[in-house]
Ligand binder design. Structure first.
Ligand code: GLC
Length: 752
């Protein structure tokens, strides 16, 4: 039998002879060397397991993820839009496409595992990594996550789903304990992980930084072994988040398979890491204890001292070796880890060195990035059909915004990609109007903290950033006033204001726009004939000026093609086909997570007391009018729904049919959404929950009939007492609509 025959479809069972053979021949020390990382000699990988030359086992390279490929040596890669923008397209096929494209870029760098997708539920809109995640809704989350994993793995690269689990905030992410009940865990937080295991056979899963119900995510036997491996049937490997592991033997017994990165940050990036050298120097000369030195230096640069756990690196190295030698961890436990890692290497042809070549940073990939960003752009408001703009009707435009001349490629942290070409709105618009419209540009305010340079995080601690934090940044431009922007807006036919936040890993974000951007929008709107606001935000922000402006476009973080994307949407060359994957509340208190006990938590305890009432589940339940509801997004054309029918199937299932017609005079995309709610539930349940959706492209005048399936799981809730998914008999209402608050038809069905 050839190795190819051995490793096809039926997967690890067939492959296990070969993998078992290797496991049997490895010495204890060699096995230990396969379950932790080390420094990549090429400086490209984010995580690297060295080869075993004696047995011809190649190295394993893992790379970030998830907005593109982040090469440690700065090799340029395509900068894709934020994950939340992808999710906003409500199109699993698009996620597949993005996954496959990123996989090709990973292969071009000889990388084997892409550390993507990330899909923690958007529990709090303040989450600093919101832009790296998908949605507040577990169904949408699961569909996009499955598409993404399938795409990456169809591209012959192993996917790594992260961060398992309940890593829903950045504040004190390493100390935080998420106290979350089983029902919310099952119905919200675990759903997409379950889906990528069962439907997409994901190769690896990353254990998170936080604790869950009192036990660290890397040491949580119930989550890693009982639920993930035994119940869901996950047969890949669990890798720790970087420096997350705190107790090697405990994590080994609980079900962690691979400890990353196995090296300290200064070892991995010696030239940039002034922070660690300073801590090191202070403690080596015994001026301060290591802890005090860490505390002092991190407080100066504005980091949580917990981020400096990065000096611990030996968890699955000496610690685990010792534990196996003295019997605290059985060697069979170690064998199982090696088997899981080698099993996936075998599955992806890595043991044979079979990975096909890839391509990175090529025009075709840039075009995909642009298309995805366009598909994910959400037209939130469009009074008097101000958009799309037309060069024929306009003589002049005032472009305003502190960074309207710069691209917003992504957010800060481990997902930062370095594209070779990028374009901001100013250039994008200028190219588009090609001299036909007079475009002026005024910032109207000071730079948003970090701007495109981002905040200080462990990922970009150059000597300069640290020095700037300590001594102040002399280059800081003086405050920029709104006056010139207002003047420009007064003179122009239309004002376009580009506003943004500066979300980054390691920190949660406020919901109000930074600096004077709210004032800027109001000041411009007061004088401008027409005002269009383009938001480049990680997620929801407050918009106290929403009633003062005509149009609002949510472009998220559009990636390297930013300027071309924004221009194409404003001038109608592309349809703003996105729908909100998260609810935009009017004010922070409107969201269900709005006390300190819930977020960020008190004494490192975050209480998930809202249960399953997250996002629109809460807005519906508490009857709070959102600023813009979940599922909302306008179009440049109009759609009409007719002939909605709902039929009960076998058991608790249903089929929805609806005819959708594009009755406008432009082509467009519509996202048909079906929600399900139990009429008189025996336990408290959300009034309705997304059960199925489909995104369709319809030419002007075209109509189509959509069929949506509602499955048994959609009818079920997780019964904590019986520890089982349960469907109650009774009446259920199916609501078909264009958003969670724009329902065009409802029908009641009975489950018996
Ligand atoms: C992190 C992240 C994770 C990333 C890893 C490696 O801090 O939480 O998403 O893949 O480190 O960069």
């Amino acid at each position: 039998m050839t190795s190819e025959q051995m490793t096809t479809d039926s997967g690890t069972d067939v492959a296990s002879d070969r993998v078992d053979g290797l496991v049997n021949r490895l010495t204890l020390e060699e096995k230990i060397d396969l379950v932790h990382g080390d420094v990549d000699p090429d400086g490209i990988a984010t995580g690297y397991v060295p080869p075993n030359e004696r047995l011809d086992i190649p190295s394993l390279s893992l790379i970030d993820g998830p907005l593109g490929v982040r090469a440690g040596d700065g090799t340029p890669a395509t900068g894709f839009p934020a994950s939340i923008a992808l999710a906003a397209a409500w199109d699993p096929e698009l996620a597949r496409d993005m996954g496959e494209t990123m996989a090709a870029e990973a292969r071009a760098l000889d990388q084997d595992v892409l550390l993507a997708p990330g899909f923690n539920i958007v529990r709090v809109p303040q989450c600093g990594r919101l832009f790296e995640y998908y949605s507040e809704d577990p169904h949408l989350n699961s569909r996009i996550a499955v598409g993404s994993v399938e795409g990456i793995q169809a591209g012959d690269v192993a996917a790594c789903a992260k961060h398992y689990v309940a890593n829903n905030q950045e504040t004190a992410r390493m100390e935080m304990n998420a106290n979350v009940g089983d029902r919310a865990l099952r119905e919200l937080y675990l759903r997409a992980f379950e889906a990528v295991v069962e439907e997409a056979d994901v190769a690896s899963i990353m254990a998170a930084y936080n604790h869950v119900n009192g036990t660290h995510a890397t040491e949580n036997r119930r989550l890693l072994t009982d639920i993930l491996k035994d119940e869901f049937g996950f047969d890949g490997f669990v890798v720790s988040d970087w420096w997350a592991t705190t107790d090697g033997p405990a994590a080994a017994r609980a079900g962690l398979d691979l400890d990353m990165p196995g090296a300290t940050l200064p070892e991995m990036a010696p030239e940039t890491n002034v922070l660690y050298r300073t801590i090191d120097t202070l403690s080596t000369f015994e001026w301060l204890s290591p802890d005090d030195a860490t505390e002092l230096v991190t407080s100066i640069v504005g980091l949580e001292s917990s981020e400096c756990r990065v000096h611990r690196s030996e968890k699955f190295d000496d610690d685990l070796l010792q534990a196996v030698e003295d019997g605290r961890v059985d060697e069979s436990v170690l064998d199982e880890k090696v088997r899981r890692i080698l099993g996936q290497m075998d599955r992806f042809g890595l043991l044979e060195g079979e990975q096909p070549d890839g391509e990175i940073d090529v025009p075709a990939h840039h075009e995909r990035s642009r298309h995805i960003a366009q598909r994910g752009t959400v037209l939130l408001q469009n009074e008097d059909d101000v958009l799309p703009l037309s060069t024929e009707d306009l003589d002049s435009m005032a472009l305003v915004g502190p960074h309207a001349d710069e691209p917003k490629v992504g957010g800060g942290g481990s997902s930062e990609v370095d594209p070779s070409s990028k374009i901001g709105p100013l250039d994008g618009i200028k190219y588009r109007v090609d001299g036909d419209v007079d475009v002026s540009f005024e910032r109207g305010g000071p730079p948003v903290q970090g701007g495109d340079d981002r905040d200080v995080t462990v990922w970009n601690l150059s000597a300069e950033t640290v020095a700037d934090s300590v001594f102040g940044d002399d280059d800081d431009p003086a405050d920029v006033s709104v006056a010139p922007a207002v003047e420009a807006a007064e003179d122009a036919d239309v004002a376009v204001v580009v506003v943004q936040d500066a979300a980054t890993e390691d920190f949660d974000r406020p919901l109000s726009l930074p600096n004077n951007q709210d004032e800027l929008v109001s000041a411009v709107a007061e004088v401008a004939e027409e005002t269009v606001v383009v938001l480049r935000t990680a997620g929801p922000v407050e918009m106290p000026w929403a009633d003062e402006v005509e149009a609002i476009v949510e472009a998220w973080y559009p990636g390297q093609e930013d300027g071309r994307v924004v221009a194409s949407i404003l001038f109608g060359d592309a349809e703003p086909s996105g729908r909100l994957p998260v609810t935009f509340g009017e004010r922070p208190g409107d969201y269900s997570v709005n006390t300190r006990r819930q977020h960020p938590g008190i004494d490192f305890e975050a209480e998930y007391s809202e249960g399953v009432f997250v996002g629109y589940r809460h807005f519906d339940n508490a009857d709070i009018e959102p600023l813009f509801p979940f599922g909302h997004g306008l179009s440049y054309t109009d759609f009409e729904y007719t002939d909605v029918s709902v039929e009960s199937g076998d058991g608790p299932t249903a089929t929805v049919q609806v005819t959708v017609e594009n009755v406008g005079d432009r082509d467009g995309y519509e996202v048909v959404q079906a929600y399900l709610g139990q009429d008189d539930p025996s336990v408290e349940r959300p009034p309705k929950e997304l059960a199925a959706f489909e995104s369709v492209e319809l030419a002007a005048g075209e109509e189509t009939t959509i069929t949506l399936s509602i499955e048994e799981r959609d009818f079920a809730y997780y019964d904590e007492d019986g520890a089982a998914w349960t469907v109650d008999d009774g009446e259920y209402t199916v609501s078909v609509g264009r958003s969670s608050r724009n329902i065009v038809a409802t029908e009641t069905i009975t489950v018996e």
